[in-house]
Design a protein around this ligand. Structure first.
Ligand code: SF4
Ligand code: SF4
Ligand code: SF4
Length: 316
């Protein structure tokens, strides 16, 4: 059992028994290996359902907007930053929340693990300190977890929750990388036509299923621009132009708010690396405004604010 599970359960039971919260939003074990499920627990007697492992890649902040009552929520570093974004954007109040922080050692990319075993079925996964064992009929591999992390987790610089009321473990060491956007720079170094070709190829298999949008905590608009029919902002087909507009507009909606949690990418049934779009804008916001989303509940996202004395002429 993962070392955080006991601690999460103890804290959750205590705050439910003390009626400090009405419910807990957490993870429970999935019905197949490498999958966990979000769960809402309202009864202290049911807290043993709560679970944690390296496949808790969904971002639970997605379940917060406009929810009433006192809410307990399990949050790794990126989730806690999205919770902060929700607070700043008035989707939930800080005083409604009891955040159980989980210091995060990164989530394992299940697609990379599956590619290791080809078309064989993974029947069992076990984690030990820094290692992960994958078993199925006729095979068993023990691997270094660090070699199979999600791309966003390899680049993550905020593994520890930035906002919490209790912590389910000791803080982990943060990565101090001088250039977390080397992938973005690599694409920027391409010629324009090469870059267009790269982006077009990236989304060529997109079916417009919107799983990426639905998994993202930032996408809480009552009517998404893709569903709006009067006016219709974008066509509903999988015509490449419509698809490109969807991806570009979605990325702009997330600019200055995206925590690079990777939930969108993990949700995509055809494995499209949608973070290429959001990361480009994350980097621009970082370079232009020295801002990373969700590090403070006092500051609004840079594209959501202005100063009358802004030195740029367009504002005058
Ligand atoms: S992005 Fe960071 S906090 Fe989020 S799952 Fe990955 S390592 Fe953990
Ligand atoms: S756009 Fe993707 S990476 Fe960014 S916050 Fe939303 S789900 Fe997370
Ligand atoms: S989840 Fe994948 S296929 Fe579905 S809309 Fe997003 S990028 Fe396209």
């Amino acid at each position: 059992m993962n070392r955080y599970v006991d601690e999460i359960r103890v804290i959750a039971r205590k705050i439910l028994e003390e009626k400090a919260v009405d419910l807990i939003i957490g993870f429970k074990e999935g019905s197949i290996p490498m999958m966990t499920e979000p769960v809402l627990i309202r009864d202290a007697a049911e807290t043993d359902q709560l679970y944690w492992d390296s496949f808790c890649f969904m971002n639970l902040a997605t379940y917060l907007p406009k929810r009433e009552g006192k809410i307990g929520i399990i949050a790794k570093g990126c989730d806690s930053r999205n919770i902060a974004v929700h607070i700043v954007e008035n989707q939930v109040k800080r005083e409604q929340l009891y955040i159980i922080g989980v210091p995060c050692e990164g989530m394992v990319d299940r697609r990379r693990l599956c590619s290791l075993v080809g078309d064989k079925e993974v029947r069992e996964i076990a984690e030990s300190d820094g290692g992960i064992t994958v078993r199925g009929e006729g095979f068993g591999h023990t691997l270094k977890k660090a070699d199979y992390l999600q791309d966003n987790c390899i680049r993550c610089m905020h593994r520890n929750p930035v906002l919490y009321d209790a912590m389910a473990g000791d803080l982990v060491e943060e990565r101090k990388d001088p250039d977390p956007y080397d992938d973005v720079r690599e694409i920027e170094a391409m010629e324009w036509d090469e870059r267009w070709e790269f982006s077009s190829t990236l989304i060529k298999d997109c079916t417009r299923c919107y799983a990426c949008r639905n998994a993202c905590p930032l996408c809480y608009c009552p009517t998404c621009f893709v569903d709006e029919s009067g006016p219709q902002w974008v066509g509903k087909s999988i015509d490449p132009t419509d698809t490109m507009i969807f991806h570009i507009l979605r990325a702009y909606h997330c600019a200055g708010r995206c925590t690079d949690c990777g939930a969108c990418e993990q949700a995509c049934p055809v494995g499209i690396k949608v973070r290429f779009f959001t990361r480009r804008l994350n980097r621009d916001v970082f370079d232009l405004y020295a801002c990373e989303a969700g590090l403070s509940i006092e500051e609004r996202p840079p594209l959501d604010t202005y100063r009358p004395d802004d030195y740029d002429e367009f504002i005058r």
